[in-house]
Write a protein that binds this ligand. Structure first.
Ligand code: NIG
Ligand code: FE
Length: 397
């Protein structure tokens, strides 16, 4: 099959075209077996490239977004907490326990419907790969249940789903004052039950959640259970999370709102992907993460939504790109690259995030002439069509 009539193709590979996004004007993409088989200027299209065509009418095509950090699995919502924050109450992560109570009370069907609605919303916004965390169950059965619901999201009409175990999100109320006992539960029975359902282990390393030793114990146990490592680090203040990510060789450290120069050097030196979440900073009124300092230090930067009911109730990667340009000082090319190829790096994936031969043919067709419009037209739905594995997963009405 061919996708042609592409006014501007952002391949994500600087070797293949102009600028950091490797853009090619007047391009065609050839798809075979759900994978990209050829990309290039339409005038160089090989003969016998296929009959089945999708003409996108001069629009811009980019890789589907890879949203490498979400908490899509939860019951209830926290609009009142958000309104209180607008009235001046700071975010302290205390509301996580409200969502834990609502999640435990929700039926499997309710959780499936709510997660399915958010995954559908993400797809329509151009996301074709989605990381999904547990973390609002915090019992062995509830954490396993959340990961089972996430496994059920894996259908061709939704984004590809990668599952993360976040049993160490906060200490649940029944373990108040006994954090170390809860960490033991996470490291033993909870990981035994959940590791077979997940690829990644995450921990919220922050004052009020888990300290360095507790976080290290959880991540070691996750590694022993065969999981890759990621960390919620330096979100609410300076702390040890970023350096722990570097010490343990985590694939990604996420949030990173408050970093010292030493933290930045440690992350860049260890090759930890810095996953930045500007929508969470926007919704909590926090300062912006030091994206420019990270980029200048040579770190790989990813952008993700952090979709969750407390700090960032959005699935919109277009909004995230717009915020990254305006609040983090990233160029549109850097932001789109971080939201696609960067997200893939944060998930250790080498077959999504770019439009190059061998990659899954996961494409976002924008109702716009260039990716700059994602930032230039904030809040406007620009999706014309989304392809997953070469098949149209959604087309704007
Ligand atoms: O990534 N920081 C920890 N977890 C979420 C917030 C969760 C919540 O407030 O419900 C985050 O921002
Ligand atoms: Fe998060």
């Amino acid at each position: 099959m061919l996708v042609d009539g592409i006014g501007l193709l952002a391949t994500g590979d600087p070797q293949r075209g102009a600028g950091p996004l490797g853009t090619i004007p007047d391009a065609t993409v050839v798809i075979d077996g759900g994978r990209v088989a050829w990309v290039g200027p339409s005038r160089s299209l090989p003969e016998a490239a296929g009959e089945d065509r999708l003409d996108v009418g001069g629009r811009c095509v980019l890789p589907g977004f890879v949203d490498a950090h979400t908490h899509l699995l939860f019951g209830g919502e926290r609009a009142e907490e958000f309104a209180a924050r607008l009235a001046g109450h700071p975010y302290t992560a205390g509301g996580i326990r409200d969502t834990v109570a609502a999640t435990r009370a929700a039926t499997d069907d309710e959780l499936r419907r709510s997660a399915g609605r958010l995954a559908t919303e993400a797809l329509r916004g151009g996301t074709t790969t989605l990381e999904v965390k547990s973390g609002y169950g915090l019992t062995v059965d509830d954490e396993r249940r959340l990961l089972e619901v996430a496994a059920g999201l894996e259908t061709p009409g939704l984004p590809r789903v990668h599952r993360t175990f976040l049993g160490a999100h906060v200490v649940p109320p029944e373990y108040a004052g006994r954090a170390d006992d809860y960490v033991t539960l996470v490291c033993d029975a909870m990981l035994d039950a959940c590791a077979p359902l997940a690829a990644w282990c995450d921990v919220f390393c922050e004052q009020g959640a888990f300290d360095t030793e507790q976080s290290r114990a959880v991540l070691y146990a996750g590694k022993e259970h065969g999981l890759g490592l990621r960390i919620h680090a330096n979100q609410l203040g300076r702390g040890p999370g970023a350096r722990l990510a570097a010490e343990l060789g985590a694939t990604s450290a996420d949030h990173l709102t408050h970093l010292t120069d030493d933290d930045i050097a440690a992350l860049a030196g260890a090759g930890v992907v810095a996953t930045l979440l500007p929508a969470a900073e926007f919704c909590t009124g926090s300062p912006p993460a030091p994206a420019r300092r990270l980029l200048d230090a040579g770190a790989t930067v990813a952008l993700a939504s952090d979709c969750n009911p407390g700090t960032s109730y959005t699935t919109s990667m277009a909004l995230v790109v717009a915020l990254a340009c305006r609040t983090l000082g990233m160029t549109p090319d850097e932001a789109v690259h971080a939201a696609t190829a960067g997200g893939a790096a944060a998930l250790g994936l080498d077959d999504v995030g770019r439009v190059v031969p061998g990659h899954h043919a996961d494409l976002l067709v924008l109702n716009a002439p260039s990716p700059v419009h994602l930032a230039y037209r904030p809040g406007v739905p620009l999706t014309w069509a989304v392809l997953r594995a070469g098949a149209e997963a959604w087309r704007a009405p």
